[in-house]
Design a protein. Structure first.
Length: 426
């Protein structure tokens, strides 16, 4: 009997995915839970496991092709399923396709999307249907290399076997720079006159970022307010605390303190922890504090969410921020990791920027940008002294927040940052 495995609806608004790499060849025997292919959605890159043991009778789509949710991915010949058992399995699968994904997951407990698409204690169910088919001959499992989608596309364009490239990215992942170096500077396309250009097919993540940035600017009225915080005392506290955190294996950065200060300032100015409904008639003020942290990755910007940040101390914030950053850069974030944010922080200062105009993470109404921390002369009781200064750029939705309220929020935030003892209080 033949099992038609379809791209599952895993929720969170995902409607399609792009095939990054096939692991299973046509005619290959696979076990339940064995990765069949790697797919990229607008939120994650993940291995898709086989929901059943069997033989790959047909693959639908080539690497780089886009598959809609519900579209066929693979046909499997189900071994050892015949007669009444097969008919019973067929009816069972057809009934399951009518059920919500979470109900299926609770009943099945079958192999879900490997590693990264677990949602709470449930797993995304991988639906399908059955038909009869002959059994092909199995073939060996091909070696697969870890590589970003961009690097894989570049290698294919240049005719380079990506398995022969030594990766320098996280966990040995092959990056686009590795492909360029392997190609010894070979051009991917030439224009008349000999000028070299490089054509890069956008990843689903990059396409999603582009679409959401445009949507944010179209749906909101964005203004940005700039200020500076004198964080000399905070720097001293962080420097004194670092050795104790290092003993626990935690690298203490500025960010946990900024998150803590933001939560306190948001309590003082709740409109910045809100969103406006699509009709533009109601402001929805959130009484919980899920802080999004923009992380720059090779594929583009990801915004994992630090949930219930108001309930966590500096130590726990530092630990979770480090874990979030690593998961983002290795593309191991789950859908749960990136949902329900109420306010976003973006730290472009680590790359040298001072001020910026961050674009709102729509439908949120505020985003805080952190510039490069530097030493400069600051006012003192008697003349000037050297101080440590943190540039701040706050973008708000002017439909909800006026410039005065944005400035008052920044004043509260600065007060907390300049008196770090207040950050240690509940």
């Amino acid at each position: 009997m033949r099992f038609i495995f379809k791209f599952p609806d895993i929720g969170e608004g995902i409607t399609e995915g792009r095939i990054v790499q096939w692991y299973a060849a046509r005619g290959q025997a696979v076990e339940a839970g064995q990765p069949l292919l790697q797919m990229e959605t607008d939120k994650v890159v993940t291995d898709i496991p086989s929901p059943r043991s069997g033989i790959v009778a047909e693959r639908y789509g080539r690497e780089g092709d886009t598959v809609r949710v519900g579209g066929a991915l693979v046909e499997l010949d189900i071994q050892g399923v015949e007669g009444e058992d097969a008919q019973g399995l067929l009816l069972e699968e057809r009934e399951r396709e009518k059920q919500p994904a979470r109900q299926k997951a609770a009943e099945e407990g079958a192999a879900g999307v490997v590693g990264v698409l677990e949602i709470a204690s449930d797993r995304a169910y991988l639906p399908g249907s059955l038909e009869g088919v002959e059994t092909p001959v199995s073939v060996p499992v091909p070696h697969r290399a870890l590589a970003t989608p961009v690097a894989r596309a570049m290698a294919k364009k240049a005719g380079i076997d990506i398995r022969n490239i030594k990766g320098t990215g996280p966990a040995g992942r092959v990056t686009k720079e590795d492909v360029k170096n392997a190609g010894s500077g070979a051009a991917f396309e030439r224009r008349p006159g000999g000028q070299e250009i490089e054509l890069i097919k956008t990843s689903m993540l990059r396409s999603t970022i582009a679409r959401r940035m445009i949507e944010s600017l179209r749906q909101t009225a964005q203004i940005t307010v700039f200020e500076e915080a004198e964080v000399t005392a905070l720097k001293s506290l962080r420097d004194r605390s670092r050795p104790r955190f290092q003993e626990k294996g935690i690298h203490l950065t500025w960010l946990p303190f900024v998150v803590r200060a933001c939560v306190k300032a948001l309590r003082d100015h709740p409109l910045l922890n809100s969103e406006m409904d699509k009709a533009g008639e109601t402001i929805i003020v959130k009484k919980y504090y899920h802080i999004g942290i923009a992380v720059d990755t090779e594929e583009g910007l990801l915004v994992p969410v630090l949930r219930d940040a108001d309930k966590k101390n500096i130590s726990l914030l530092a630990e979770e921020l480090a874990q979030m950053s690593e998961k983002a850069r290795s593309r191991k974030l789950s859908l749960e990791d990136m949902k329900d944010g109420t306010f976003t922080i973006t730290n472009y200062g680590i790359y040298g920027g001072r001020f910026a105009t961050p674009v709102l993470n729509y439908p949120q109404t505020a985003i805080l940008g952190l510039g490069r921390i530097r030493k400069q002369a600051v006012a003192a009781e008697q003349g000037l002294r050297e101080g440590t200064v943190l540039p701040l750029s706050l973008t708000v939705d002017h439909r909800v927040i006026d410039g005065g309220e944005a400035s008052r929020f920044l004043s509260s935030l600065i007060a907390y940052l300049e008196e770090p003892a207040m950050l240690l209080m509940a």
